[in-house]
Design a protein around this ligand. Structure first.
Ligand SMILES: Cc1cc2nc3c(=O)[nH]c(=O)nc-3n(C[C@H](O)[C@H](O)[C@H](O)COP(=O)(O)O)c2cc1C
Length: 175
């Protein structure tokens, strides 16, 4: 696999901080992580999604192999979480989160439905098999990002592509 190949990396970890209960906002530590991620990932042409639930992180990173490996190494050294475990690493032709430097998805809605479907009472991403990882990623693609209004977008991209994108994607055979 060359360093330029596009890869999708998925990992899970456990937060070392005690999540602060906010009425309807985003956990403040997670908000800071998102801000950093959006700034750096936009620069490195990395996209993905971060999910935080029940004290666990589930993150997908997509981009050039060399750059994804670099950010994953940085993330692994971050004291805000521990027990960082790689769940999946594969070369892909298409990115699922092309339009997001780092999308944020909360546990509610689609994710809860998925847990119900697999008979899981809590979010325990270490126990996810390939099928569940795929299911959760698809749920994340479909989910709304509640942080969009709250956390400033990166200057490059952290929003769904405007309607014109669909046309160009079809033109490029990606639609
Ligand atoms: C769960 C989690 C996810 C993170 N995701 C990213 C990410 O996608 N991109 C990123 O650059 N940093 C991410 N970080 C932060 C990095 O660990 C690190 O703090 C940051 O990249 C340092 O950037 P700076 O040198 O610009 O401050 C994440 C941290 C945690 C705990």
């Amino acid at each position: 696999m060359s360093e330029q190949a596009t890869v999708r990396l998925v990992y899970a970890s456990r937060a070392t901080f005690e999540p602060q209960k906010n009425a309807n906002g985003i956990e403040p530590n997670v908000a800071r992580i998102l801000m950093q991620s959006r700034r750096n990932n936009a620069r490195d042409r990395i996209g993905g999604v971060l999910h935080f639930g029940d004290g666990y992180f589930f993150q997908c990173l997509e981009g050039e192999r060399g750059l994804v490996n670099k950010v994953y190494q940085r993330i692994g050294e971050d004291p805000r979480h521990e027990d960082v475990r790689l769940l999946q690493m594969e070369q892909v032709d298409e990115r699922k989160f092309l339009d997001w430097s780092m999308k944020y998805v909360a546990i509610e809605s689609q994710v809860q439905r998925l847990l119900d479907q697999y008979g899981l009472s809590a979010f325990r991403p270490y126990e996810f098999n390939k099928q569940m990882i795929h299911g959760l990623l698809q749920a994340c693609v479909a989910a709304e990002d509640p942080s969009r209004a709250e956390i400033p977008d990166s200057p490059v991209a952290n929003r769904p592509r405007q309607s014109g994108g669909g046309f160009f994607r079809r033109l490029l055979g990606r639609g």
